[in-house]
Ligand binder design. Structure first.
Ligand SMILES: Nc1ncnc2c1ncn2[C@@H]1O[C@H](COP(=O)(O)OP(=O)(O)OP(=O)(O)O)[C@@H](O)[C@H]1O
Ligand SMILES: [Mg+2]
Length: 541
């Protein structure tokens, strides 16, 4: 007899239909599996066999052929156990075959017949809800994620025996869906920028980074608060919308990192990922035999924080170029390309030199010129060009820390950020974004930046003067313009003013002479090059 059970395979963060067919024929007892299955799938035979017997069913002593179609799609993992068992029960007359129609089952079977969690159920639920609308049968530990998908019809089965009882009694009632209503309404579960003492320039940079989706580099001595500042960026980013939230959860589900309780939470903060510098390239950008999302994708719609940037191997940082540029990672596989989205804000932190004290007023730097030069080469490596905001942070004095002067809370800063993002969305609405997410001042193409910036005459004059004196490259020029535009958006100003340009110039990259001179000077270098208030000091200074 022949019977079939629909299922699905996960590819990247998408899913596709798989039909599990089982044929039971007379002949010597034998079990054949066809359809490009990986080892874990081949091992399903032993699990399914034991699960069926231990659940009180019989496994016919006949020739059993299991086919997973379409045959040219690689199948991975253990999620086909459940549909194979169901199709086998139907093909051997232990379950009416028609109850499997318009269902989709995924789940691993324990030898005792328990249904165990698998990866990527959220992707399957999104796929099924968007296509067939079939009844989705999932392991109990995956039900929360499946229930987040609007219009998904989900049932959870603890064991094979319980599932068969439910199906025999007629169609089990689907669980209610619980789409996320309000996501991270106030950023309540992330640390607050209000806790930071002093560091006005760096806090401002964090705000501007959030408002324009600019990447940010923080350079400063140990204990200056770089890590503290970076961890507070997610709290001022705009809330995730429903679509973004499902993407974030899908990626974590495919990576096997979604705890059942996490999937249930009504509020969801933007991801914050801080991989150690010893991470492999595959761990960072994704890959492997069964392609898994890397840190850049786990940080999708959130923040990727590279602490101690100079300690990351150069080839690892090189691998970040594609995800930074395209907002996605494409892992080439034999049969097809697997795509993982990776739109994140990059925040990097570094000491100014190997000993950590170059340019610090507290202590003399002990590094040799050669060490300083090597360090500088690392910081100005492949990523520096993609970072709009460069900030020098100095340590806050113990007296200042003890005083605890209150500063603005993240919630209030966030309100400005949300308003500034809305302005950008309108400005760039006519442009097609290559990655679906709305364009921002950081991601809009260079050709629209200058016309869109709307510089007032004195702002233009200042920018041209700075470009001339600092010998800015075209890219550096645009970088200043992008940042100034974001500052104007935060002020809800239609035109960029001279003060925005002047402030933007303070966040320029630190170049070689500045690092070399850092031993003598203790002030944020960019501030020296151009007078902080050029309106008061026109024509050179
Ligand atoms: N401006 C500040 N306001 C309040 N607390 C601060 C500030 N700067 C530092 N701290 C305190 O010092 C601790 C150390 O700061 P943090 O770890 O962020 O420094 P860092 O710059 O990342 O240093 P390292 O280079 O060693 O990684 C913080 O956890 C925080 O408690
Ligand atoms: Mg740190």
């Amino acid at each position: 007899m022949l019977a079939a059970a629909p299922s699905a395979a996960v590819l990247g963060i998408d899913a596709l239909d798989i039909l599990v067919e089982v044929h039971v024929a007379n002949g010597l007892p034998q079990w054949t599996l066809v359809g490009l299955a990986a080892t874990a799938v081949k091992e399903s035979r032993d699990r399914v066999h034991a699960a069926l017997v231990n659940s009180g069913f019989t496994v016919p002593a006949k020739r059993i052929t299991v086919s997973l179609t379409p045959g040219d799609t690689p199948k991975q993992g253990t999620s086909f156990d459940l549909p194979i068992a169901l199709a086998l029960l139907a093909a051997s007359g232990q379950l009416p075959p028609e109850v499997l129609r318009e269902t989709c089952a995924v789940g691993e079977l324990g030898l005792d017949g328990q249904v165990r969690a698998v990866r990527g159920v959220l992707a399957v639920a999104r796929h099924v809800a968007a296509t067939s609308g079939a009844l989705l049968i999932v392991p109990p530990d995956n039900r929360n994620e499946a229930q987040r998908v609007p219009n998904a019809r989900v049932v959870a089965a603890r064991s094979l025996a319980e599932l068969v009882d439910m199906l025999r009694d007629g169609r089990p009632a689907a669980l209610p869906t619980r789409p996320t209503q309000q996501l991270n309404p106030t950023g309540q579960d992330v640390p607050d920028l209000g806790d930071v003492v002093g560091q006005d320039l760096a806090v401002r940079a964090v705000e501007v980074a959030a408002a324009g989706a600019h990447n940010l580099l923080l350079v400063g001595p140990p204990g200056a608060g770089k890590t503290m500042l970076a961890r507070r960026l997610p709290g001022i980013l705009p809330p995730l919308d429903e679509h973004e939230a499902l993407e974030v959860l899908s990626i974590h589900s495919v990576a096997g990192l979604l705890a059942p309780e996490q999937a249930q939470h009504q509020s969801l903060s933007r991801p914050f990922r801080a991989p150690h510098h010893s991470i492999s390239t595959a761990g960072l950008v994704g890959g492997g035999g069964w392609p898994r999302p890397g840190e850049v994708s786990l940080a999708h719609h959130g923040v990727l924080f590279l602490d101690e940037l100079s300690l990351f191997p150069r080839h690892t940082l090189e691998a970040l170029r594609q995800p930074l540029e395209d907002g996605q990672v494409v892992v080439a596989r034999a049969a097809r390309a697997v795509r993982f989205p990776s739109r994140f804000s990059l925040v990097a932190a570094s000491n100014p030199c190997p000993c950590g004290y170059a340019g610090s007023p507290d202590r003399a730097c002990r590094c040799t010129p050669a060490e300083l030069e090597r360090h500088r080469a690392r910081l100005s490596g492949p990523l520096a060009d993609r970072i709009d905001l460069h900030v020098h942070v100095q340590r806050v004095s113990p007296e200042a820390l003890a005083q605890q002067t209150p500063r603005e809370r993240s919630q209030d800063i966030r309100a400005r950020v949300i308003a500034a993002r809305a302005i950008q969305q309108t400005r760039y609405a006519h442009l097609q974004s290559p990655h679906g997410a709305p364009l921002t001042n950081a991601t809009a193409p260079a050709r629209v930046i200058a016309p869109g910036a709307r510089l007032l005459p004195d702002a233009r004059a200042l920018l041209l003067r700075a470009a001339d004196r600092l010998a800015l490259s075209a890219r550096a020029y645009h970088r200043v313009l992008r940042v100034a535009r974001t500052m104007a958006d935060l002020d809800a100003e239609d035109a960029v003013q001279a003060m925005h340009v002047a402030e933007a110039l303070r966040f320029r990259p630190v170049d070689s002479e500045q690092v070399a001179a850092a031993g003598e000077s203790s002030v944020a270098p960019a501030a020296d090059v151009v007078a902080p208030d050029p309106v008061l000091s026109p024509r050179g200074s």
